[in-house]
Design a protein around this ligand. Structure first.
Ligand code: B12
Ligand code: SF4
Ligand code: SF4
Length: 304
C-alpha cells in the first residue's frame, strides 16, 4: 500500500496544479546541522532564519509523529512579470506567495486525509521550522547553484518551495546531486559581492537582505541600494544565470494575475500604515512595514 500512497501523493498534487513533488525522510538531518553550525560560527546568518538549530534539522521537533516530509515546488516566473522595469524583485511582483502556497498545500493535505487513515500534516513555506532549499534538493526537485538558489530543470531558480511535515512514511526520493554550470556569472555580477566560490554565500552582504534589514544602514549598504535602485529584493544572480534562460511561464494562475512592477515614492510618501496595509497587504514586502520601504525608496531614488 505504501507505494500506492506515494503515487496518490503525486496524483493529488497534479490535481492541484503541482508538477514537482518529492519526499524526504523525517530526519534528523545531521549533515545539515553540521553545515549550519559552521555557517553560524562564521557569522553567515541574517536573523531571518529559524533560530533553533535542532528544530531546523529535525522535523520530529515540530511533529513528534513525523513519518516523512512532502516537498513541492511552486514556479512563479512569467514573461509578463519579468518584462516591466521596476524597483522590486520578481518574487514580490506576484501576490504574496505564502498565503497561496499554504492554501494549496492544505488542499492537498485534506485530499490525502480522505484516503489515508489517520493522516495528519502541517504545511509550511519560508517561515517554517526547516530549511526549504535543503529539503527540495534532498527530495530530488532541484539542485544547488553557486548562487545558493535551488535550480529546477524546467523552471530554473524562480521557484518557491513549500512542504508538509506529515505522519505517513511516504518512501523518500533520491536527492538531486547535479551541479550547476559553475560558470561564475552570479559571482561576478552580484552587486554586494555576497556570493563566492564553493557555495560560500555571505547573506549579510546580499542586497535582498539589506532591503529587508531594519534600522540604520551603513554607508556601504546605502550606496549599494542607491546604485541598484531596488526597494525590495534583488534578482541579479538569477537574471544572469544561463540556467534561467528561455523559461516557460508558471502554470500557477495566481502568479500570473495582479502583477505589479514597483512601488512609487510619491504614492508611499503620503500613505498611512492603514492605507499601506489596504493597498499592499497582499504583497510579500508588506511584512517589513511602511517605515523600511519608505527608507528604501528615499535611498533608492537618490541621485546616483
Ligand atoms: C533567510 C533567507 C534569506 C536571506 C539569506 C539567504 C541565504 N542564502 O542564506 C536573504 C534575505 C538574503 C534571502 C534572499 C533571497 N531569498 Co530567501 N530565504 C531565507 C530563508 C527564510 C532561510 C534561508 C536559510 O536557512 N539560509 C541558510 C542557508 C545555509 O541555507 P539555504 O541557502 O536556504 O540553503 C542552503 C543549504 O540548504 C545547502 N544545501 C543544499 N543541499 C544540501 C545538501 C547537504 C548535504 C548540505 C550539508 C547542505 C545543502 O545549500 C543551500 C544553498 O546554499 C528561506 C526559507 C527557509 N525557511 O528555508 C528563504 C528562501 C531561501 N528564499 C527564497 C528566495 C526566493 C530568495 C530571493 C531569490 C528573493 C529575492 N529575489 O530577493 C533571494 C536570493 C538570494 C540568494 N542568492 O540566496 C526562496 C528560495 C527559492 C529557491 N529557488 O532557491 C526560499 C527557499 C523561500 C521559499 N520557501 O521559497 N533569503
Ligand atoms: S540577490 Fe543580488 S545581492 Fe543577493 S546574492 Fe543574488 S545578486 Fe547578490
Ligand atoms: S550563474 Fe553559473 S555558477 Fe551561478 S548558479 Fe547559474 S550556472 Fe551556477
Amino acid at each position: 500500500m505504501k507505494n500506492d500512497y506515494r503515487i496518490l501523493l503525486t496524483d493529488i498534487c497534479k490535481k492541484h496544479g503541482i508538477e514537482y513533488v518529492g519526499v524526504v525522510s523525517p530526519g534528523p538531518y545531521t549533515d545539515l546541522k553540521i553545515y549550519l553550525e559552521q555557517r553560524i560560527a562564521e557569522g553567515k546568518f541574517t536573523g531571518l532564519e529559524e533560530k533553533d538549530i535542532i528544530k531546523r534539522t529535525d522535523p520530529k521537533e515540530t511533529m513528534s509523529e513525523a513519518g516523512s516530509v512532502a516537498v513541492c515546488l511552486f514556479p512563479y516566473y512569467s514573461k509578463a512579470a519579468d518584462r516591466a522595469v521596476g524597483n522590486i524583485s520578481i518574487h514580490s511582483r506576484v501576490p504574496d506567495y505564502h498565503k497561496i502556497i499554504i492554501e494549496k498545500l492544505n488542499k492537498i493535505g485534506e485530499d490525502l486525509k480522505k484516503e489515508i487513515p489517520d493522516f495528519r500534516y502541517s504545511s509550511y513555506t519560508d517561515t517554517g521550522p526547516l530549511a526549504d532549499r535543503y529539503l527540495a534538493q534532498r527530495a530530488g526537485l532541484g539542485y544547488r547553484g553557486l548562487s545558493s538558489n535551488l535550480i529546477n530543470d524546467k523552471y530554473g531558480s524562480y521557484v518557491f518551495i513549500g512542504y508538509m511535515i506529515n505522519n505517513y512514511p511516504f518512501t523518500p526520493d533520491a536527492p538531486n546531486n547535479k551541479k550547476c554550470l559553475q560558470c561564475g556569472q552570479c559571482i561576478r555580477s552580484c552587486p554586494g559581492k555576497a556570493i563566492s566560490e564553493n557555495y560560500g554565500m555571505d547573506p549579510k552582504r546580499c542586497l535582498s537582505y539589506i532591503t529587508q534589514k531594519k534600522g540604520e544602514l551603513s554607508e556601504q549598504e546605502t550606496k549599494l541600494m542607491s546604485v541598484q535602485g531596488m526597494v525590495y529584493g534583488c534578482d541579479i544572480c538569477q537574471e544572469v544565470c544561463p540556467l534561467n534562460s528561455g523559461l516557460p511561464d508558471t502554470p500557477i494562475g495566481e502568479f500570473k494575475e495582479n502583477l505589479i512592477s514597483g512601488i512609487d515614492e510619491s504614492e508611499l510618501g503620503k500613505m498611512s500604515s492603514w492605507e499601506f496595509k489596504k493597498r499592499y497587504g497582499d504583497r510579500t514586502f508588506a511584512w517589513r512595514g511602511l517605515g523600511v520601504l519608505k527608507r528604501n525608496l528615499e535611498i533608492a531614488s537618490k541621485d546616483k
